[in-house]
Ligand binder design. Sequence first.
Ligand code: HEM
Length: 513
Amino acid sequence: MITNIITFALLLLPIFILLIKKKRESSKRLPPGSLGIPIIGHSLQFFRSMRTNTTDKWLKERVEKCGPVSKLSLLGKPTLFIYGQDANKFIFGRGATSLGNNQPPSVQRVMGQRNLLELSGEDHKRVRGALMSFLTPNSLKQYVGKMDEIIKKHLEMHWHGKQTVTKFHALRPESRRFLSPAVCWGRSAKDSSADKVKTDGLEVWPLMRTLTFDIMCSLLMGVEKGAYRDELVKLFEDLMDGVWSIPINLPFTRYNRSLQASTKIQILLKGLLNKKRIELEQRRIFPHHDLISSLLSIKDDDGENVMTEKEIIENVMLVMVGGHDTSSILLTFLVRLLGSDPSVYAAILQEQKEIAKSKASGELLAWEDLSKMKYTWNVAMETLRTIPPIIGNFRTVLEDIQYDGYLIPKGWQVFWAASMTHMDNNIFPNPSKFDPSRFKNQAAIPPYSFVAFGGGPRVCPGYEFAKVETLVAIHYFVTRFTWKLCCDDLFMRDPLPVPTAGLPIQITPKKEI
Ligand code: HEM
């Protein structure tokens, strides 16, 4: 009996040795770097770097220490960090088979599981196709005039006649959690009476959030100014404020408020969908009235709705979240740039003046006018290169894959960082220099090098929408106002870049051009 056991064990020994060797080999092939303390990993360092606007520096130090391919642990998961043109190609160009786009579970709980970020394969194509039917240039052409009206109304309400006084706390106090003391308004670090401090000027960031929210509410949801919209503003603010926060679901945490806001928004949107269904049936609105009515009207070959009600609600939520803050950040940083660089302001003004002169008094901007705003858009693109609103994002590894000779096991995540590629001297020579001419010939920019809008099948579907609203807004800003910055406003990430003091400016209205 004992001899049998020994013989059996001896027979199994080579298999054991092989297995151990294989395990050692595979762990040897993991990328360099450490995963840090379990669960916490590098998350705290990562969040801290965003809050102090030093993420690029932190990532660069990683690259110096571990090389261009490294492992770390973020949001509780082992993570591969890679950057550069090849890395972006690997991430964006890869089919849904090996890299998924799923957000962390905490984000899924807020945003749902049937939105574009969570869908893959045919489902992703179907839902994305439905959204794109509203977001293509051909479709957006008809909304330029509407955007024009909203932007002019915004200027009349919030800019004209308001060159004096802006309360420092235009936003709720929690949205000011990054306020750095003594950077603006001549306050000292000890001065806690920020509300009482008044000066000439406007606070750009909250205003741009209001503007882009108004545009999106009107064009995407068909909701105009009023109590219903005010409620949505508040709820979306809560949702966005906590969706990326530390996911502790206790009363009074940001995450808890975000979850509650998400539930309330979904109830409101369900009601809105029902109302629109009736309006469509009674032909009181047309399918192209707004995004929701458009999604409700899209049928497949069998006459069935292409999207379920849940999918419409979650994707409207996603589009509001994805499109509102990103665009407001772009506009805020453009105003910042134009307030500090007179030569760029003058060149943009020159381009916009030519267009304004070609219009009759009160005539709305049209699609053809936007195609003449080439320099203005190049400036916007260069702004996005230097300060990409989305610094990076995650992908989930769905099966064991190889990258640069390393094994990336199933279940890990991959983190891509736009700013690291945008600051690569080999792709954008002298990368710290602000130079809009880099975008004169966009075809000359190597693929997967400018990734402010992502890339591949998941490239931002809101690119054209963002372009239209940015160009129309900048047209009216520069033709109607000059401004100067009240202080050298710094910014930090949350995770989007946010000016620490909201970007106060002093404005001077112009006589009509
Ligand atoms: C300056 C403005 C904007 C920037 C910089 C921006 C950036 C991005 C980026 C980088 C991604 C890809 C994320 C990834 O692959 O992980 C993305 C995706 C997305 N964006 Fe935008 N975005 C902007 C405006 C908008 C607008 C205006 C909308 C809606 C009207 C929008 C809707 C979306 C949606 C729905 C996705 C997910 C697409 C998918 O997974 O297929 N974005 N955006």
